[in-house]
Design a protein around this ligand. Structure first.
Ligand code: OGA
Ligand code: MN
Length: 286
């Protein structure tokens, strides 16, 4: 396969040209794709109309173990794919409704979070010839490198207690509250605020979804202010890429070194359908 790579923005992301993910990649092509993924944080493949759930799953499995189920999210009937959609068919939602409209990394609230996610656009809302529901991405390795030295020092060794029970009512006021059983199952986990990427060795800010976090050993107000400050710093336009989706686009992102956020659209007016595979971060010590 003859592949070409083109930068998506000065500091984040690359587009892969010449890849057809409906067919298995030879090892050399996969190696080139994997290397560019690690160095660029996100990879865009366009025109992947022939990639079905089986092929998306097969490609994703080459990157690691997949999440087979995700609590409180709707999975595909036959594949380890999270279906993200606002479409209702025969009175039944076909996927998880809108979420993720805040900066986050996937499964941050798990002891084993997501290493990568691979999102394929099947139905994209459009208005006046412009697609809606963009996804924003931010480079947490570049953001970490750009922090003032004093802040890097302050963050050394700091830990974040992360709880989906805390973030749920903030992120999903439109979903039913978690039951006591669900709350007990989520519990809380601890992640470092700065992590070293297991494959690149590069440090990145690891703040995930700040509404889930509590900085360990800091008064709540101070910890929350620190998380907000870091989020605001790291999501400045110079660290971000905003993707405007077309049907057939597929984006692979690295949850260890990037954050992402959905943007809003009128879900009463427009339909959207995306398929996501989720690759687990099995290097995280538990
Ligand atoms: C996700 C996600 C953003 C979007 O799939 O993990 O956050 O724009 N998606 O759909
Ligand atoms: Mn997400």
């Amino acid at each position: 396969m003859d592949l070409e790579f083109r930068k998506l923005s000065p500091d984040l992301g690359a587009e892969v040209l010449g890849a057809d993910l409906a067919h298995p990649l030879d090892d050399r092509s996969f190696g080139a794709i994997h290397g560019t993924f690690l160095s660029h944080g996100i990879l865009l493949f366009r025109e992947q109309h022939a990639m079905g759930p089986a092929e998306q799953t097969a490609f994703s499995r080459r990157l690691g173990r997949l999440a087979e189920t995700i609590p409180n999210e709707r999975m595909h009937d036959h594949y380890p794919i999270l279906v993200l959609s606002n479409i209702v068919r025969d009175g039944k939602p076909v996927g998880s409704g809108r979420g993720g409209q805040f900066w986050h990394s996937d499964l941050f609230y798990n002891a084993i979070p997501a290493a990568a996610s691979f999102l394929h656009a099947l139905v994209v809302p459009e208005e006046d010839g412009r697609s809606l529901g963009d996804t924003k991405f931010a480079n947490m390795a570049a953001a970490h490198d750009a922090l003032p030295e004093a802040m890097k020092k302050k963050l050394e060794g700091l830990k974040n207690r992360v709880s989906r029970v805390k973030s749920w009512p903030i992120n999903y006021p439109f979903r039913p509250p978690l039951t006591d059983e669900e709350k007990a199952a989520y519990g809380s986990v601890v992640h470092p605020l700065v992590r070293t990427h297991p494959e690149t060795g590069r440090k990145s800010l690891y703040i995930g979804d700040i509404s889930a976090g509590t900085v360990v050993g800091m008064p709540a107000g101070e910890g929350d202010a620190l998380l907000s400050e870091l989020r605001d710093f790291a999501t400045q336009p110079r660290f971000t890429y905003v993707h405007r989706w077309s049907v057939g686009d597929a984006i692979l992102w690295d949850n260890r070194s990037t954050l992402h956020a959905a943007t809003d659209f009128d879900a009463e007016e427009h339909e959207r359908l995306m398929h996501r595979t989720t690759i687990m971060d099995d290097t995280v010590p538990t």
